[in-house]
Design a protein around this ligand. Structure first.
Ligand code: ZN
Length: 111
């Protein structure tokens, strides 16, 4: 091994929620795919099912290593972790929206 078609950062790949794989367009018209499970196993090679090309995926294994594998277990613990993450983000979003909608009111009250 060692001859990768390209090296792609995980941020530049797209997530397929149905197949639960990250994918990236392959020049043959199909796409390179790598599953979250592979990433959790420190595998960084995404393969194209239609040709022999491979790419190396640049990612931080720490972002994936807590993920229980989708297929072996029911997803209870996984859902809990993902929810707590997104709650934080939603909270920040809500704060930002509050600030934005506060401003015009303040201006009107002063005028
Ligand atoms: Zn291909």
């Amino acid at each position: 091994m060692g001859a990768y078609y390209d090296e792609i950062e995980i941020e530049d790949m797209a997530w397929d929620d149905e197949k639960r794989v990250y994918h990236y367009p392959c020049p043959c018209g199909d796409r390179f795919e790598i599953s979250r499970k592979q990433l959790a196993n420190y595998e960084d090679i995404a393969t194209c099912p239609s040709c022999s090309l491979i790419i190396r995926v640049i990612f931080d294994p720490l972002d994936f290593e807590d993920e229980p594998s989708d297929e072996d277990e029911p997803s209870e613990s996984e859902e809990e972790e993902e929810e707590s993450d997104s709650e934080d983000e939603e909270f920040v979003d809500a704060l930002e929206k509050l600030k934005v909608s506060d401003e015009p009111k303040t201006v009107q009250a002063a005028a």
